[in-house]
Design a protein around this ligand. Structure first.
Ligand SMILES: *[C@@H]1O[C@H](CO)[C@@H](O)[C@H](O)[C@H]1NC(C)=O
Ligand SMILES: *[C@@H]1O[C@H](CO)[C@@H](O)[C@H](O)[C@H]1NC(C)=O
Ligand SMILES: *[C@@H]1O[C@H](CO)[C@@H](O)[C@H](O)[C@H]1NC(C)=O
Ligand SMILES: *[C@@H]1O[C@H](CO)[C@@H](O)[C@H](O)[C@H]1NC(C)=O
Ligand SMILES: *[C@@H]1O[C@H](CO)[C@@H](O)[C@H](O)[C@H]1NC(C)=O
Ligand SMILES: *[C@@H]1O[C@H](CO)[C@@H](O)[C@H](O)[C@H]1NC(C)=O
Length: 857
């Protein structure tokens, strides 16, 4: 699939057979003698089919230079580093030669009979050989009855007077005279070609008709009685007048494709001296059945009234790379059969309803790379056959003019939001715009028949929670790379954005700053086969995170620490290069899996490396040994026997303890009630200091519901009048729109204590870890223990120690664990409140030692 196509292609190229032959040798069929310092033709086997002899020092080939090579099809003899002579019938021992390449040789002498005896020669390459008119005039090519392609580009030919023998070359299809010095071609010179059909006649870059003035009355029609599939007269410096005269002169000759690129028609931008082409310029082509006209790369500023009127059969018009700023009324009038109109790379700034009048069959309009800022609403609406509209790289701010067509390209514009219009399309490309709200995505997902939607490089980051769930039964590919979906998803909304996409096969979410995947966000994507999460900030993945039938996953350039191999087990291909693996025993299952899995792992072994510990940093996972990591299992079995041994004792003991323990919560409540009744006044008093909040509760937003029930309801004053504490937390107290770090910073400094609720989610959340570090540095600055760490859920010491800031804290200070048993909660909260209310500058006592572990409900 698309992600790794280049990689696979690379492998195929490596295996390409020609590279297998060593230089200056032969394998019987192919003889490879380029750059071999040869001064004469080497002896090769008579089975040779391809003989490559370019880049040597061969000075002459004569009738006896070559041994008889009945099988030879291709001879490459160009680019000899010396001047080089080709004698009479030099190739007669090669009777089946099909392609003879003499290009880029300084041919000092070429015998007029040099090419005799080559009845099967199909292609003759004589480009850049310093040849003059003589090569055409003197019958060098006579008897080459199979000759189809003749390449005479880059020579010094001044006149095209052809030897009469050209008329016998019945196979001739293509003649290339690019970059010669042919100033004029007239009817009598090309007489031997009359009656022929050529697929290509190239006369480009010759200053043809532009150096000398031409008497067309005498010269007449050079292409009389010829059918030319492609005539290339580019780069000849043609003005509007030269073009008009030429078109009139060739009146009636059939030319399917006229290439007139790199011309000087038109004044350009800001000049007046050169004439704009007009209604007369191409009038002479009316009977030539021109189907393709290439007028690209020139200086046309204005497309004039009925400019192309005569070209009734034209299907493709290319005026790209001009200076077109203006489309006059009826400019395209008469182009009754035009299908493709290329106006790209021009200077159009606005389009009007009347601009495309007279194009009943146009299917494709290419307007990319103009400066279009505004388009009148009906500009395209009456073009009944229109299928594709390319408006990339313009300056559009709205798209209300878009008709219902199949392919819409709108990348590189200035769209901030999309209007609510009725749209139908198979393909919409909107990359490199400024779309911000996911509302636009929900809108696009409603477009009927949409199969491919490209939204890379926008700014998707905000989410308005009130819209209908997405639904598209046609969408197959969705490109959302290089956006900011993290910002939308971390607010807890738009998690259903992929819910209705049951046909989606490929999804790109690369470069979206993602540090978590909303639970179940992919679970409805039952058809998804390829997913790119490349270049995000994911630290872990769980099997439930991925869509059910995924085959190809790209999670390279994330921050995976210690992945669970089961996540990848059902895939066919995975890319996990450039992550931040922690190479400790916990990774051993993953390392073992890597070594033996059938899943194809993309990338080189060296790109799957450790990040931690420092001693292994940069080491490939493939070079690690997992020996010695099985101790954990030894430990487990030991634990098991211990368990058996003490079960009996424990059972007896526990029965006793349970009875007491069962009622300890009840006892504590009784104690509290008594205390409240007795010391009512004292407990109402609060310690006074300058802090705005008593505590800043720092936790991952996914834990919010739990925190609300467990801590906020029983402690926070805004939740209940009974509570005394003034707490601060992100969801309520952070200034919206303010930079997140600034918010954290001010929360840390305006609270007496910072309570970090360290859960699994907390450890995966870069912001939480950041806040933890902040709080820690404040503790250091204040010389007090402002930071209270509460471990929530079954986190092992190892998991805590993985994070540097937490490791530092755990090693030096006490921390709390959320109680496992519900009845301990009241007591825990009481202790926590005491901690929060305790003034600074004193060490944490050893009185709190809760070591029970609970899971978040
Ligand atoms: C050709 O000659 C040059 C200069 O003498 C030498 O460096 C090069 O190796 C020679 N090449 C071969 C293929 O013999
Ligand atoms: C090649 O030359 C050998 C003798 O050297 C001859 O026997 C054989 O028939 C020749 N093969 C062809 C295809 O000409
Ligand atoms: C082209 O030739 C036709 C018939 O030969 C003639 O009627 C017509 O006027 C000519 N057009 C031009 C522009 O010379
Ligand atoms: C139009 O011309 C541009 C520039 O040459 C080219 O890149 C583009 O592919 C052309 N469009 C079509 C539809 O051929
Ligand atoms: C990988 O597998 C091979 C044999 O399948 C084994 O010899 C080697 O020790 C394994 N390496 C690791 C790191 O597991
Ligand atoms: C890999 O494929 C082989 C043959 O299909 C199978 O025997 C083996 O169990 C597979 N290994 C894993 C790890 O799936």
């Amino acid at each position: 699939m698309a992600f790794h196509l280049d990689l696979l292609l690379g492998v195929v190229l490596m295996a390409s057979p020609l590279l297998g032959i060593s230089p200056c040798s032969s394998d019987g069929q192919r003889a490879f003698y380029r750059f071999c310092n040869l001064t004469q033709v080497p002896q090769v086997l008579n089975t040779t089919e391809t003989l490559l002899l370019s880049f040597n020092y061969i000075q002459a080939v004569t009738a006896t230079s070559f041994p008889f090579l009945g099988q030879l099809k291709l001879l490459e003899l160009g680019t000899q580093f010396t001047s080089f002579t080709i004698d009479k019938e030099a190739f007669r021992n090669l009777p089946n030669l099909r392609i003879l390449d003499l290009g880029k040789s300084q041919i000092g002498f070429l015998h007029p009979d040099a090419f005799q005896g080559l009845p099967h020669l199909f292609e003759l390459r004589l480009f850049s050989c310093g040849l003059s008119d003589a090569v055409l005039k003197d019958g060098y090519f006579r008897n080459l009855h199979s000759l189809s392609r003749l390449d005479l580009a880059y020579n010094q030919i001044r006149s095209l007077s052809l030897h009469p023998s050209f008329s016998e070359l019945n196979s001739l299809k293509s003649i290339d005279f690019l970059l010669n010095e042919i100033a004029v071609v007239c009817e009598h010179e090309l007489k031997p070609l009359q009656g022929k059909t050529l697929s290509l006649l190239r006369l480009a870059s010759n200053h043809l008709y532009s150096r000398v003035s031409v008497d067309w009355g005498k010269c007449m029609n050079p292409f009389r009685n010829m059918v030319l599939e492609t005539l290339d007269v580019s780069l000849n410096g043609w003005t509007a007048d030269i073009t008009r005269n030429f078109c009139n002169a060739i009146n009636g000759s059939q030319i399917s494709s006229l290439v007139l690129a790199h011309h000087i028609l038109g004044p350009g931008f800001g000049f007046q001296n050169m004439k704009e082409p007009d209604r007369d310029t191409f009038a002479g082509l009316a009977r030539s059945s021109v189907i393709r006209l290439d007028l690209s790369h020139g200086f046309i500023f204005s497309l004039n009234f009925r400019l192309f009127e005569a070209l009734k059969e034209l299907k493709l018009l290319n005026v790209a790379h001009n200076k077109i700023n203006e489309i006059k009324d009826e400019a395209f009038y008469g182009l009754d059969n035009l299908q493709v109109l290329n106006l790209s790379y021009n200077l159009l700034g606005e389009l009007y309803n009347s601009n495309f009048y007279g194009l009943p069959k146009v299917e494709y309009i290419d307007l990319q790379k103009n400066h279009i800022g505004i388009i009148q609403e009906h500009t395209f609406k009456f073009l009944g056959k229109l299928n594709t509209l390319d408006l990339r790289d313009n300056a559009l701010q709205t798209i209300d003019f878009i008709p219902s067509i199949s392919y819409i390209y709108l990348g590189g514009n200035k769209l901030v939001s999309l209007p609510n219009i009725a749209l139908t399309a198979n393909f919409i490309q909107l990359s490199e715009n400024r779309l911000e709200s996911l509302d636009n995505l929900y809108f696009l997902l409603q477009v009927p028949h949409l199969k491919i939607l490209i939204l890379n490089q926008n700014r998707f980051s905000s989410c308005n929670p009130s819209h209908a769930p997405s639904k598209s039964l046609s969408l197959e590919k969705l490109f959302l790379g290089e956006n900011m979906l993290q910002l939308a998803w971390e607010s807890g909304s738009c998690w259903d954005v992929f819910k209705g996409l049951s046909r989606l096969q490929v999804l790109y979410l690369n470069n979206n700053y993602l540090n978590f995947l909303p639970p179940g966000v992919f679970s409805y994507l039952t058809a998804l086969r390829g997913l790119s999460l490349n270049s995000n900030r994911l630290t872990s993945l769980s099997p439930n995170d991925l869509p059910p039938n995924l085959e190809i996953l790209d999670v390279s350039r994330n921050q995976l620490l210690s992945p669970d191999p089961n996540v990848f087990a059902s895939l066919s291909f995975v890319d996990i290069t450039h992550n931040k693996f922690i190479c400790e025993c916990e990774l051993s299952a993953f390392i073992r899996w890597l070594n033996q899995t059938n899943v194809t792992i993309f990338g080189s072994h060296a790109d799957i490396y450790c990040m931690y510990p420092d001693s292994l940093s940069g080491t490939s996972l493939y070079s690690l040994s997992v020996e010695g990591c099985d101790e954990e299992e030894v430990l487990k079995s030991l634990k098991f026997s211990l368990f058996i041994l003490f079960t009996v004792t424990l059972t007896l003991f526990l029965t006793t303890v349970l009875i007491v323990a069962k009622f300890r919560g009840f006892c504590f409540n009784c104690y509290k009630t008594t205390q409240r009744l007795v010391f009512r006044d004292q407990t109402k008093g609060r310690p006074y200091d300058t802090y705005k909040y008593d505590a800043y509760l720092c936790f991952n937003s996914k834990d919010f519901e739990w925190v609300q029930n467990a801590l906020l309801k029983p402690l926070d004053a805004q939740y209940s009048d009974q509570n005394r504490l003034n707490l601060c937390f992100e969801e309520r107290d952070f200034v919206p729109g303010e930079n997140h770090l600034t918010n954290i910073h001010s929360a840390v400094w305006s609270s007496r204590k910072i309570v970090c609720l360290v859960s699994r989610h907390f450890l995966r959340d870069g912001w939480c870890l950041e806040a933890f570090s902040y709080a820690q540095s404040r503790s250091l600055a204040d010389l007090n223990s402002a930071l209270i760490m509460v471990v929530v859920g079954s986190l092992s010491q190892y998991q805590l120690m993985k994070h540097e800031s937490i490791r530092g804290f755990v090693q030096k200070q006490q921390y709390l664990r959320w109680p496992e048993d519900l009845q301990d909660v009241d007591w825990f909260l009481h202790k926590l409140s005491q901690h929060i209310l305790k003034k600074g500058k004193e060490k944490t006592d050893n009185d709190v030692q809760l070591q029970t572990i609970a899971t978040i409900s």
